[in-house]
Design a protein around this ligand. Structure first.
Ligand SMILES: [Zn+2]
Ligand SMILES: [Zn+2]
Length: 167
């Protein structure tokens, strides 16, 4: 571990490299640059280390003195500008596509479901209401629909919404 990361601090964030589809390539590009790759070995997509909107670094693993293996979770939104990262965006768009194809829902219900999807990937005061609405619309849309949405959104959905919709 390089000492210059510790100028009298108890902990510091490394910079992460993640592929456009959200696979974590290297959660410690400063500490272990040898693990970085230009393309993802899982899906072949390009990799990034900063927000494509504001160029702020993607926060990587937190180094804490004495702790070797802290868990790293892919961030959903840029912590500097709040823009969804590409992998979050791809999943939102895929879910919205799926909404369009739901035959049992009216146009208004589809629009409501899309709005709810935007709220259930964030932890906001609206999350619970949105999750309850989404759950009803999934049920109305038909058998297996909730499951399909779960497959797409599982990594980006808020924990509170997850418990409500897929207990
Ligand atoms: Zn990938
Ligand atoms: Zn940003």
């Amino acid at each position: 571990m390089r000492e210059e990361g510790w100028p009298g601090r108890e902990g510091w964030y490394d910079i992460a490299q993640i592929c456009l589809n959200g696979h974590i390539i290297n959660a410690m590009t400063n500490t272990n640059p040898e693990h970085s790759m230009n393309f993802c070995d899982t899906c072949g997509a390009s990799t990034i280390t900063n927000c494509q909107h504001c160029k702020h670094d993607i926060r990587g693993k937190y180094h804490v003195r004495g702790v070797l293996n802290s868990r790293y979770m892919t961030p959903k939104f840029c912590l500097n500008c709040g823009t969804p990262y590409p992998w979050t965006d791809i999943k939102i768009k895929a879910a919205q596509e799926l909404v369009l194809g739901l035959d049992n829902l009216t146009q208004v219900e589809k629009e409501n479901l899309n709005k709810s999807l935007n709220d259930i990937i964030r932890d906001t005061p609206e999350t619970t209401v949105a999750a309850t609405k989404a759950k009803k619309l999934f049920a109305k849309a038909g058998r297996g629909v909730a499951e399909s949405f779960k497959n797409i959104l599982v990594d980006i959905i808020s924990e509170a919404a997850k418990k409500l919709i897929w207990p």
